[in-house]
Design a protein around this ligand. Structure first.
Ligand code: PLP
Length: 237
């Protein structure tokens, strides 16, 4: 790890927080209303911890194996660790004790397993429901038209609490197209909040990544997940 990388992260972090503040203000909110979660896949724990020392307080991994291999090295005294990737039921047990939130729940089966493993360790785990807002085939997330039914079923399950929604919209070639998906997500988020389902709260709308977090905030995101803009292009080994 080089000194230059750490300096870059400092520079990027400052820039991102400034843009978040600007977008928050434009959407009638404050910087504090938006959570910046760093997507830390492929990033070395030392670099992640450097970002935490700058004030970053939410990190998200998207692979169980990687999370486990880095877990002991994260400086989690001042940061919350979340799971943001596709989660297989048989791996739930390995992470429920380590994370504060799982963002990618899209089935009763997965929710049931998270519940079972959380209850076993006396924990109540917060989750988000992932929505396949672009209705893309072969992509995770519940279809928007099935969201309410899924929420009704999941809300009956002990040991987990729904805190909001998450989405990864289709790759778009312009910011108007992507904003449309963010807008649709925000509408769903508001619709569901107004239904006041038992045991379901809509506090978190997690959407927007490096290329489009600004647009996502303008459309109502309360959490953005930023990787490469903060840590530089990913190098897969
Ligand atoms: C990697 C990742 C991100 C961040 O992607 P960048 O384009 O590098 O900002 C956000 N969300 C999820 C679920 C990811 O896996």
């Amino acid at each position: 790890m080089t000194e230059k990388l750490l300096t870059d992260v400092e520079y990027n972090y400052k820039l991102i927080t400034e843009r978040i503040a600007e977008a928050a203000e434009k959407s009638g909110r404050k910087y504090e209303d938006i959570t910046l979660l760093a997507a830390t896949k492929t990033v070395a724990p030392e670099v992640i911890n450097h970002a935490i020392s700058l004030g970053l307080d939410h990190i998200g991994e998207n692979k169980v194996q990687e999370l486990l291999s880095k877990y002991d090295k994260y400086d989690l005294d001042n940061a919350s660790l979340q799971f943001i990737g596709h989660l297989q039921t048989n791996k739930v047990r390995q992470i429920v004790d380590k994370v504060n939130l799982i963002q990618s729940v899209d089935s009763v089966k997965l929710a049931t397993e998270i519940s079972k493993q959380s209850l076993k360790i006396g924990k109540n785990l917060d989750i988000l429901i992932e929505v396949n807002i672009g209705k893309e085939e072969n992509k995770s997330g519940v279809m928007p038209e099935n969201l309410e039914e899924l929420l009704c079923e999941i809300s009956k399950i002990d040991g987990i609490s729904v805190k909001g929604l998450m989405a990864i919209p289709p790759i778009c070639d312009n910011s108007q197209k992507i904003s449309r998906y963010f807008h649709k997500m925000h509408n769903l988020f508001i619709d569901i909040s107004q239904k006041k389902l038992d045991n379901v709260s809509m506090n978190i709308l997690s959407m927007g990544m490096s290329a489009d977090y600004y647009e996502a905030i303008l459309e109502g995101a309360t959490m953005v997940r930023v990787g490469s803009s903060l840590f530089g292009a990913r190098i897969y080994k």
